[in-house]
Design a protein around this ligand. Sequence first.
Ligand SMILES: [Zn+2]
Length: 122
Amino acid sequence: MNPDTEICQYCHQAILPQYFFCPNCGSKVHEAPLSTSVVTQIGVYAFSIILPMICFIAVTKWPGQKYFKSEDTKTKNIGTAAWVILVLSTVITYWWAYTWTVNTVNSALNAASMDLSSYSAQ
Ligand SMILES: [Zn+2]
């Protein structure tokens, strides 16, 4: 066997390492590289500039703090509830991002070990 060829983990056909999709079964075998075209670069840079601005506007325009500082009990309660919801949603978002990252890393590790076992089975 040519040492440069790999095995499709789905149909076990020999494939070339530069293939992104298996020519036999059509399964995705490699991640396509990220686009480096000028338009994509401009998009990525523009997003990097705009994202902190969106965050800044979102934080400064958040009305919860104004309510929380109010002397009126009912208004202050609304502010307290807004704070609790903000903290909960932050915790849930971080937890979700953490779980997603762990799952992605685990599935990548599983795929890598499946590749190894299919090699040794050949
Ligand atoms: Zn295949």
